[in-house]
Design a protein around this ligand. Structure first.
Ligand code: ADP
Length: 584
């Protein structure tokens, strides 16, 4: 199959051959025709020299002149080249009529040719008739009795047959040349196209990223060298691409594992890159078709794309937003390439924990001050009243002083609880040997200890085990402290005549303790915050009962430090159930 460049090369070869053969053939034919014409006139002028003309004029003047002239011309058959296609005539000089001819058939329609007319006027008719289908020569022979014209004519048939033969030879040569040029052209074109095809295949491999499979060319011609240069280029390209890939992978890995979210925007504000953390931070509904201005306007970041790209008034702009229940710190930076800004990078840092911690710290400080100020105010106002004269009244004095003592006790309790919490926060618990805990015995003891307190409110306190819990190791005192705390809450928040049940048992690998009361219960909306420090459902009631609002916070922290868990379920007005689980 001749395709592409191969086809063109073969075509060029064929056209070149045809042109050469055509030019050479035409040149040959023209030369042959010219040679034939020239040879005819040279031959004639040689034969009809002055001597022969003089001799013929002698014959023409003598008797029997026509016969003699004819015989004399006849004797020059050879030198004149007379044959089937060339003949002679003797014409009358005045009229130009044929008097005698060597070929009567051919001389029948001679006509008055230019050369005959010239001879009739006494000149030698030797004009070359290249455009006619004959050649002729007319020699005037003057005599006293009128004179003759010796006329030689060639029908050019011999020339035609020669030119025909030459034409056939030229055509045959043309055919042969076309055939050989197709073959040579094909073979030659292959030496060019094969390396080009190899080079093309290499380029195709390169395009698909197969850099390694390119072998060097053995040829040392221009295409071979081009091919090798190409291979070298591929190698270099492969090296560079590997370096770029490595760098890209490094950056990719860093971005993937960053704890900060990354958003990259192009100049059209379209999001072009995010990392998993950013996808985690930003809602899927917002991530879809996210553009810079629309998103940061929506989250009130007070920054526009234009600010970053054109004005650059702020260096390292930083913003803080609240988004999807998180606090995010945003840092913006333009992305530059070759000194031109090509986009914007946003780094998002989740500061929710820090903010929450700060908030709870502030809340805690304000709570502590409030909790301590309330008893202090009471103490101060009672003391002042005493000073103002109430001290004189014995009854008032006793009552006021007992209030002062009660408030001082409350402050002591708060400070004690705060210290406990602080110690728990810093895990400042002295490392002591774990005790053997017999849960049944521990809970029976708690029920006994709390019996008196419950009795004061006419409450019934019971303990029941669902199943046995084998002795296990943990901090006995701490566990007891928590259970007492929970049971006292149950007593505190259950009205007179209520019922408190302590239940224990084992489920899977854990021991569980349930403290169930039929007290006032906790409204649903307060349940989630019940373990927070100083959180109380009804502050006044809690204060009246001597509560600090720290009991459950301490209980939770202790139980978690023992490896367990504490939870509360409650129904307002129905009762509360506290469940403690601990590994056993
Ligand atoms: P306090 O010192 O006020 O009792 P706690 O941390 O022990 O503080 O309890 C926090 C709050 O939880 C209490 O103020 C009370 O409102 C509520 N609470 C705790 N236990 C019970 C319970 N068994 N029944 C109803 N409310 C309870």
């Amino acid at each position: 199959m001749l395709k592409g460049i191969q086809y063109k090369i073969v075509l060029i070869f064929v056209l070149l051959t045809i042109s050469i053969i055509t030019v050479v053939g035409s040149f040959m034919l023209v030369n042959i025709v010219n040679f034939y014409n020239e040879e005819f006139s040279v031959m004639m002028s040689k034969v009809f020299n002055d001597d022969l003309v003089y001799q013929l004029e002698q014959y023409a003047n003598a008797d029997n002149s026509l016969e003699n002239v004819s015989t004399a011309v006849n004797s020059y058959i050879g030198p004149l080249g007379l044959d089937t296609y060339r003949f002679y005539c003797i014409l009358d000089l005045k009229s130009g009529n044929v008097l005698k001819s060597s070929d009567s058939l051919l001389s029948a329609n001679l006509g008055k040719t230019d050369n005959i007319i010239m001879a009739m006027s006494g000149l030698r008719g030797d004009l070359a008739n290249t455009d006619k289908n004959y050649m002729d020569y007319a020699v005037p022979i003057n005599s006293d009795n009128g004179g003759y014209i010796v006329y030689i004519r060639d029908t050019k048939e011999e020339l035609d047959s020669i030119t025909n033969n030459v034409l056939i030879i030229v055509l045959q040569a043309l055919l042969l040349a076309v055939f050989t040029s197709v073959i040579i052209g094909y073979l030659l074109s292959k030496t060019i196209t094969v390396p080009i095809i190899t080079l093309t295949k290499r380029a195709e491999k390169l395009a698909t990223g197969e850099f390694d499979s390119i072998e060097p060319s053995k040829e040392n011609d221009e295409i071979g060298r081009l091919s090798n240069a190409f291979g070298y280029m591929a190698q270099e390209l492969s090296k560079n691409i590997n370096v770029v890939n490595e760098e890209k992978n490094k950056v990719e890995t860093i971005l993937q594992n960053m704890t900060d979210g990354i958003l990259a925007f192009d100049l059209e504000q379209k999001l072009i890159h995010t990392n998993p953390e950013a996808q985690h931070m930003i809602l899927a509904s917002d991530l879809e078709n996210l553009t810079f201005d629309s998103f940061f306007k929506k989250v009130d970041a007070d920054i526009t794309f234009g600010d970053l790209i054109y004005m650059k008034s702020e260096t390292d702009p930083e913003r803080q937003i609240e988004y999807n229940s998180r606090y995010l710190k945003l840092n913006f930076a333009p992305i530059e390439s070759d000194g031109k800004i090509i986009g914007v990078l946003v780094v998002m840092h989740d500061i929710t924990n820090r903010e929450k911690l700060e908030l709870s710290r502030r809340e805690f400080v304000s709570n502590v001050s409030h909790e301590l100020r309330t008893p202090l105010t009471t103490v101060k106002s009672y003391a002042e009243t005493l000073l103002d004269g109430a001290i004189e009244d014995k009854e008032l004095q006793t009552s006021f002083l007992s209030v002062i003592i009660k408030e001082a006790d409350r402050m002591t309790r708060i400070v004690k609880d705060l210290l406990t919490l602080s110690r728990l926060d810093e895990a400042q618990t002295e490392a002591k040997e774990p005790d053997d805990i017999n849960l049944q015995m521990l809970l029976e003891g708690v029920a006994e200890k709390m019996y008196i307190t419950a009795k004061k409110k006419n409450q019934e306190i019971t303990y029941k085990k669902i199943n046995d819990v084998a002795v296990f190791k943990n901090d006995r005192d701490k566990l007891e402290q928590v259970v007492i705390n929970i049971v006292s809450n149950a007593i505190k928040y259950t009205p007179e005549g209520g019922k408190i049940d302590i239940v224990s048992g084992k489920a899977y690998n854990d021991a569980f303790i349930k403290v169930i009361d039929n007290g006032i219960g906790i409204p649903k909306e307060n349940l989630s915050r019940i373990f927070e420090r100083f959180y109380r459902v009804d502050k006044a009631r809690s204060r009246d009962t001597g509560g600090t609002g720290l009991g459950l916070a301490i209980a939770k922290q202790i139980i978690e430090s023992l490896g367990g868990n504490i939870s509360i379920t409650s129904e307002f007005g129905v009762g509360t159930e506290v469940v403690i689980t601990i590994p056993a």
